[in-house]
Design a protein. Structure first.
Length: 676
């Protein structure tokens, strides 16, 4: 076999696989096999550059960066169609009535129904079956030559099969599937790069990209829905027949189409598609009805550059423009803070929307949303409305960026955002009304304080009726007693007494149950047990530094930080104190940790100025090793660390014969101990 023959063979074979994969969505060979054939073709073409043609499958990617797009005059103008936005039945009847009146018939008309793809109209010009040019619609008369970029769309054949036409212009829509859109954005996000606002902009932006290598990275698809210039082919008598023929030529035509008769069936098609709209793999903005017979189409002709034989029957838009009046922060049940855009009310996706989620701070930065901006709001199906993008060119001079509040808007506690986390959280925990229900339910849970009978319904009432403000109210007899409980909805005296008894019983607990019950983020049952075993006493845990907490088995920086933050909040410490005062108790012990650490039982005193570390750091490192760090020197002191300009404490240590380390010795000892 000659190189030319092998090249031809490979091209045919690769095109068949391409068609199976991208058009029929039914791959015929594994990717690796395809890649092997592809490489063989690339190598052959490299060795025989004289055999390279622009319609080779290897020529889909690459090409030079363009300075601009050349103008293309359309052989047959690319027209647009009239739009109906009315309800499903009147939109369909209006069209059908106009058609029948114009034709002067009372009989039922045959229509081809299609989806109205939401992308960019493109004209593909095939000459003797080879793709020679692709152009945008432009003003309908003249478009732009986007052949290079269109070549990168895999489902568009570079060669037609079974096509005898001298010239065949195929018209259709370039679009980006929802899956490809999500994937592309996910990849961009993970690399910190700009994301696409919606699939439509993605498609339009890629086609008008001057660098074909960049265009190739954006996954696009195409559906054919009509024809432009045709030479040397006898058209079938119907529009649906044309689409069937295009399928035979290897072009992608959407299977979701139907031939129907009369207005009622048009309306039914509209209804059925509207119902399935969210499940479709791509965005559509309506359906298109076309008179099926080409003879009737010809009879009907055009009015003001729009065909009388076709109409777009739209759905309510899923995206609209509106203005962000403010950005408020909502506190969820778990303390998560969600920024919400307060919008100028807008009708979108079938309802009036005045709030849209902005998810989190990072998302606001990525989308660059300011207060005062004009934004695109999307509401698809039952999904919560969201802001998908900003029209930067419309940003007013007084637009303000969003600042995440430092304190919770509900309870005033500090707001934190842990490293590597997208969400900011309120540290108010038990104190925060927004989190109270959840906190109480968790507190009362079987593995926590085990308060029988304190379930959702009761907690809802207690919080909604403002009876309980804090966990400690549960044990406050002035707040909850058999009388106040019996006064609640659906609460008999007997069950009220049962709750009182259960509360009383729960007061006697264990340290780990109590710790777990507090609902500290990242402190599950096991961690609570580890902490209880290690420290033995609640006060020791409440006072522990992050470094000390890190010495506990399985406690990492995130958990340690969360514990420190929780007990750092005055409100949380107060609630704990109140619970103890009201009788919640457990047995405490010395803690298992101290004997096992290298400096356990040793008391240190720090004096003078340390040069290489702060006194706080020295203190926490010593404590992490089990030492106690005291403020004054006594007979019980084991060691005094004397920094520069140490004074009276150093003298006292010398008097009492306590061992003295300088800074260098401290560092040396810390290093040694920390190794073990
Ligand atoms: S037919 C002369 N069919 O909607 C009739 N158009 O104004 C030409 N569109 O931007 C259009 N899906 O790109 C037709 N199935 C479909 C369509 C469709 C989307 C777009 C088209 C144009 C607009 C119609």
């Amino acid at each position: 076999m000659t190189a030319a023959q092998r090249i031809a063979q490979l091209r045919t074979e690769l095109e068949q696989h391409n068609h199976a994969y991208y058009v029929l969505d039914a791959p015929t060979i594994p990717d690796a096999e395809y890649d092997k054939l592809f490489r063989e073709l690339q190598e052959l073409e490299a060795r025989h550059p004289e055999l390279l043609t622009p319609d080779s499958p290897t020529q889909r990617v690459g090409g030079k960066v363009l300075d601009g797009f050349a103008a293309v005059r359309h052989a047959v103008p690319m027209l647009s169609i009239r739009t109906e936005t009315d309800t499903e039945s009147s939109g369909a009847t209006n069209f059908d009535t106009r058609v029948r009146n114009a034709l002067g018939t009372s009989g039922e008309i045959e229509y081809a129904c299609e989806l109205k793809f939401d992308g960019l109209a493109i004209n593909l010009r095939y000459e003797r079956g080879v793709l020679v040019q692709a152009a945008t619609r432009g003003d309908g008369e003249t478009g732009e030559d986007v052949t290079q970029n269109v070549r990168t769309i895999h489902c568009i054949p570079l060669h037609l099969k079974n096509c005898i036409a001298e010239v065949l212009e195929v018209r259709g829509e370039v679009y980006m599937s929802r899956r490809d859109f999500e994937r592309y954005n996910e990849k961009q996000r993970s690399q910190g790069l700009a994301t696409l606002v919606n699939p439509r902009n993605g498609a339009a932006g890629s086609i008008r990209q001057l660098d074909p290598a960049l265009a190739a990275k954006r996954p696009l698809s195409f559906y054919a829905y009509g024809l432009g210039e045709v030479q040397g082919w006898n058209l079938p008598p119907t529009h649906s027949g044309i689409l069937d023929a295009l399928v035979q030529f290897g072009l992608p035509v959407c299977e979701d189409r139907q031939v129907v008769h009369g207005a009622e069936m048009l309306a039914a098609f509209h209804r059925s598609v509207a119902f399935r709209r969210d499940e479709l793999p791509f965005d559509i903005d309506g359906v298109v009805y076309k008179v099926n017979s080409l003879a009737l189409q010809k009879k009907l002709g055009f009015v003001s550059r729009e065909p009388r034989w076709a109409v777009a029957h739209k759905f309510p838009a899923e995206e609209q423009l509106t203005i962000v009046r403010d950005i408020e922060v909502q506190v969820g049940r778990t303390g998560k803070l969600t920024p919400v855009a307060k919008l100028e009310p807008v009708f979108v996706g079938g309802t009036t929307v005045s709030n849209a989620t902005l998810h989190n701070e990072g998302e606001i930065r990525r989308k660059d949303v300011h207060i005062g901006d004009t934004v695109i709001v999307r509401r698809a199906g039952d999904v919560i409305p969201e802001v998908v993008g900003v029209l930067l060119e419309r940003r007013p001079a007084d637009a303000r960026p969003f600042v995440m509040p430092a304190t919770c808007p509900v309870c005033g506690s500090h707001v934190v955002r842990e490293e590597g986390e997208a969400d900011a959280r309120c540290t108010g925990g038990l104190f925060c009304a927004a989190q109270r229900k959840q906190a109480i339910l968790h507190f009362a849970g079987r593995r926590a304080m085990d308060i029988e009978g304190l379930g959702d319904k009761l907690v809802d009432q207690l919080v909604d009726e403002n009876i309980i403000h804090s966990l400690s109210d549960l044990y406050d007899k002035k707040v909850l007693n058999s009388r106040s409980l019996a006064a609640l909805d659906r609460m008999a005296e007997k069950s009220a007494q049962n709750i009182v008894d259960a509360l009383e019983k729960s007061k006697s607990t264990t340290l780990h149950r109590f710790l777990f019950a507090l609902g500290i983020r990242h402190v599950g049952e096991t961690t609570a047990k580890d902490l209880a075993r290690h420290f033995g006493k609640l006060d020791a845990i409440m006072q522990a530094s992050a470094e000390q907490l890190l010495t506990v088995h399985d406690v990492g920086p995130v958990v340690a930080q969360s514990i420190v933050a929780f007990f750092g909040e005055v409100h949380n410490r107060e609630v704990v104190q109140q619970l103890r005062t009201l009788g919640v108790h457990w047995e405490e012990h010395e803690g298992a940790s101290n004997e096992t650490l290298p400096l356990s039982g040793k008391t240190f005193v720090l004096t003078g100025t340390l040069v290489t570390m702060s006194r706080d750091e020295a203190k926490s490192r010593l404590e992490a090793l089990g030492a106690k760090v005291a403020g004054s020197v006594s007979k019980k002191t084991d060691c005094v660390v004397a920094g520069e300009e140490a004074g009276s404490k150093l003298i006292r240590a010398q008097e009492l014969n306590v061992s003295i380390w300088n800074e260098a010795e401290l560092i040396q000892q810390l290093k040694e101990c920390e190794k073990t």
